[in-house]
Ligand binder design. Structure first.
Ligand code: NAP
Length: 344
């Protein structure tokens, strides 16, 4: 760009009218997932448009595919999904900036969270993305928007994990768990991680001091109580999880599958919040929100090499249905990252 020349607000004129997108038109299984050609979305005044370089797969994509738990349909479409394009995590280049957006420019590389990221272009809110440091790879940056930020909120903000504390992580081998193990180890905690036996070596490499197989270990098998329990998976009853906590221990409920079609286990979150004022333990439920500040902190740890993206594999958009099936059947170690053909 020469002196006096203004930077264009949009690079859209140079772009094709249609884009490839991974869609489903109804709630259901992975068999209905297709790659369609759709018009490139244009940002509203408070949005940016991102040319997608890669998009991480997180568990919410599976929930939105099935429309379960049913309660979520109130927000995403009662009979069928309002947004046909799947995907929630994104990294890419800003190609258009809404009139009311400040602080972001065309050409900037950003990562974060948006709806419909399994597409060549996706719209995002500026407060849900952050600049990607040059030393962070595209594939790594694609995993922070939901999984990385959720683990950060659970460990560093709500769990307040400190050096020397005993931390138990339930669901340690998945997208959130594999970041959570690393963040707990980085904080100097003693980390006990629970996952399936097949993934024990993977979780151990992430920094867990003890790895236990959930098929053969009950929480009552641990000799000493934990200062912090991060409950990401397993959907164990609240009373059982609390029994593994010290008197003043802190519980953060992040998730847990198989909790019923209507609520999907949210009863446990509600139970924790209701019980919290009546116990010496701190019982909390996480509702993760992706913000520029949180993304920046997670990306900074990746830039220094202290945190690594736990990648199972990368795949083109055409393999999205297979990736969803692999997640559903519990075959993933960490994250899958999807790549549009043009960028791959
Ligand atoms: N609160 C929030 O804001 C928030 C944000 C993001 C995600 N979530 C929720 O967090 C949960 C995990 O998400 P994710 O993306 O990490 O999913 P994921 O990648 O599919 O990982 C799920 C993990 O759960 C493990 N698991 C299954 N059964 C278990 C058991 N009985 N005990 C311990 N671990 C068990 C699996 O281990 P194996 O594969 O080894 O069997 C797998 O590693 C989901 O329910 C998701 O909806 C909540």
């Amino acid at each position: 760009m020469t002196l006096g020349e203004t930077r264009p607000a949009s690079a859209l004129t140079e772009l094709p009218p249609l884009m490839a997108a991974v869609t489903r038109r109804d709630y259901g299984g992975a068999d209905q997932v297709a790659v369609e050609n759709l018009p490139i979305p244009r940002p509203g005044p408070k949005e940016i448009s991102i040319q997608v370089e890669a998009a991480g797969l997180d568990r919410a994509v599976l929930h939105l595919l099935h429309g379960l738990p049913s309660l979520m349909r109130l927000a995403f479409g009662i009979r069928r999904p309002r947004q046909p394009i799947l995907g929630g995590e994104v990294v890419g280049t800003v190609v258009e900036v809404g009139a009311e957006v400040h602080g972001l420019a065309v050409g900037q590389r950003v990562a974060g969270e948006a709806q419909g990221t399994f597409a060549e272009f996706a719209l995002a809110r500026p407060q849900s993305v952050a600049a990607v440091p040059p030393s962070v790879s595209t594939i790594a940056a694609a995993t922070v928007g939901v999984s990385g930020v959720t683990a950060w909120g659970a460990l560093r903000e709500q769990g307040q994990v400190r050096a020397g504390e005993r931390v138990l992580i339930l669901g340690a081998s998945g997208g959130v768990g594999s970041f959570a193990v690393q963040l707990a180890a980085l904080a100097g905690a003693h980390v006990t991680a629970v996952c399936s036996l097949a993934k024990a070596a993977f979780v151990s490499e992430l920094g867990a001091d003890v790895v236990a197989d959930y098929a053969t270990t009950a929480l009552s098998d641990f000799d000493e109580p934990f200062d912090v329990v991060i409950d990401i998976a397993g959907n164990r009853p609240l009373r059982e999880v609390r029994s593994a906590l010290s008197r003043e221990g802190r519980l953060v409920i992040v998730g847990g599958e198989r909790g019923g079609r209507l609520l999907g286990g949210q009863q446990r979150n509600l139970g924790a919040v209701v019980l919290n004022p009546f116990t010496s333990q701190t019982l909390t439920s996480l509702f993760s929100q992706t913000t520029t500040e949180r993304l920046t902190k997670v990306l900074a740890l990746m830039a220094t090499g202290e945190l690594r993206a736990p990648i199972d594999h990368t795949a083109p958009f055409e393999a999205a249905a297979d990736a969803l099936r692999a997640m559903e059947s519990g075959h993933l170690r960490g994250k899958v990252v999807l790549i549009p053909k043009a960028a791959g």
